[in-house]
Design a protein around this ligand. Structure first.
Ligand SMILES: [Zn+2]
Length: 57
């Protein structure tokens, strides 16, 4: 069974040992997870500096 990797768009053969689906390899999976983590981290990052929060008015 052949599938197309959503990350690198390469055709790869799926077998029962494949645990990187839907990606062709661990590398493509890691890149995708990395992108997701980076986006999430960027969004959840506070706009205000942590130094400002520690200052009592
Ligand atoms: Zn790939």
């Amino acid at each position: 069974m052949k599938k197309k990797c959503p990350r690198c768009r390469k055709m790869y053969s799926v077998n029962k040992d494949s645990n990187h689906r839907p990606f062709c390899s661990e590398k493509c999976q890691a890149i995708d997870l990395g992108d997701w983590f980076f986006e999430k981290h960027k969004i959840s990052r506070p706009i205000i500096d942590e130094d400002d929060l520690s200052i009592d008015p």
